[in-house]
Ligand binder design. Structure first.
Ligand code: PLP
Length: 405
């Protein structure tokens, strides 16, 4: 039999958060080493458990949730999502504008597959959550990265965006609150992005999966609440706010002049029906999650565990000579800058692998987030205090003697 190659569609598609660096971590584990994995934002394994009510509701509904559901989601979940967005001023919507999926991940791929023709361009932040870039490439499009400015609290660089808009640009993606930088966009920034979308006829895709993971009183504004004349697709889900990433529940809601997007919507409906329905039992968690007690607020308040871990890791990273990091306003990551000259770093993946092999702590290199220079990495601050302290002490010790060869 001949060797079997991947399809040409997959050339250039990558998702390095679970890529070669994770393979190396697994190899070390097979050798018997304990590896602290700070590579993915998966709250439950670090003891951030889901609210009890959510679990009870899923269990209660399990016996009657054995069949396929409606393709775009069960009614009670869609009503709850609809009401949730109404409280944020997303008006002129109905339950029919909502799609429930097996996580935001599935819906991102679906949204891009339904939109893009070969060589259509989509503006994507750099750094990004790399699924966006991967989904655009998989769908035949060209991701065009616009820079977010570290000096300006990682806000999108509007001039860079303007320069990169061409006749092929179909859409702009924003991630707010941002993974990996922790930025939360101001109303002025969102209005400026809205204005650009209006001027150039772009669709806005806004990934807001961390919309409740906010620190120091920062407020999240859904960009869709700021206009009704732009087609906007807003994404969120249960993975982060409610710590049930394994349930694989997310949604997207379409707002704006949907009459202009009838054909696109028909495409989305077809893709949604091709995968029959999202996981039905887990959709029962949505109504309880959105309508119930929001225990995430306790975790992100000043005395909360997530807040404390954010401040601790932010301080410890900045205490390491050669590293600097902005303070996250939201989400669960730090994206520190490395003084590459000091450590002679030219390859950030190599840096992550060298650290992993010596100290058995897994980070993700910045270029995996489509950041152009080899001078950043991402760390997840979900582990308990002691583990974070140990991991960052290991990083400090490692960097005290590291020079890349
Ligand atoms: N979008 C962003 C910005 C993320 O950080 C993640 C997961 O880390 C996802 C989407 C995927 O979410 P889901 O678990 O709903 O597929």
């Amino acid at each position: 039999m001949k060797t079997i190659s991947r399809s040409n569609k997959l050339r250039g598609v990558c998702y390095d958060i679970r890529g070669p660096v994770l393979d190396e971590a697994r190899r070390l584990e097979e050798e018997g080493h304990k590896v602290l994995k700070l590579n993915i934002g998966n709250p439950a394994p670090f003891g951030f458990e889901a609210p009890d009510d959510i679990l009870k509701d899923v269990i209660h509904n399990l016996p009657t949730a054995q069949g396929y559901g409606p393709s775009n989601g069960i009614y009670s979940a869609k009503v709850a999502i609809h009401q949730y967005y109404q409280t944020f001023g997303l008006l002129n919507t109905s339950v029919d504008d909502i799609y429930v999926g097996n996580g935001v991940s599935e819906l991102i791929v679906m949204a891009m597959q339904a939109l893009l023709n070969d060589s259509d361009e989509v503006l994507v932040p750099s750094p990004d959550y790399p699924l966006w870039t991967a989904a655009i490439k998989l769908s035949g499009g060209n991701p065009v990265h616009y820079v977010c400015d570290e000096q300006a609290d990682w806000m999108p660089d509007l001039d860079d965006i303007k320069q990169k808009i061409t006749s092929k640009t179909r859409a702009i993606v924003l991630i707010n609150p941002n993974n990996p930088t922790g930025a939360v966009y101001s109303k002025d920034m969102l209005l400026a992005l809205t204005e650009l979308a209006r001027e150039h006829g772009l669709i806005i895709y806004s990934d807001e999966i961390y919309d409740k993971v906010l620190y120091d009183g920062h407020k999240h504004i859904p960009i869709a609440s700021l206009s009704d004349d732009i087609v906007c697709v807003t994404f969120s889900g249960l993975s982060k706010n409610y710590r049930v990433a394994g349930f694989r529940v997310g949604w997207m809601i379409l707002t704006g002049p949907k009459r202009l997007a009838k054909d696109y919507i028909a495409g989305l409906d077809m893709l949604s029906s091709m995968r029959l329905s999202a996981n039905v039992p887990m959709q029962y968690a949505i109504q309880t999650a959105l309508g119930g007690y929001q225990s995430i607020n306790d975790l992100v308040s000043q005395s909360g565990r997530l807040y404390q871990q954010m401040t601790l890791s932010h301080k410890l990273v900045n205490d390491i000579p050669g590293l600097s990091c902005t303070r996250p306003k939201g989400a669960m990551y730090l994206f520190p800058k490395i003084d590459t000259q000091r450590f002679n770093i030219t390859n950030d993946e190599q840096f992550v692998l060298d650290f992993l092999r010596e100290k058995h702590v897994l980070l993700v290199h910045g270029t995996a987030f489509n950041w152009a220079a080899a001078d950043h990495f991402r760390i997840v601050f979900l582990p308990h205090h002691e583990e974070l302290e140990a991991a960052l002490k290991a990083l400090g010790d490692f960097l005290s003697h590291y020079r890349q060869s």
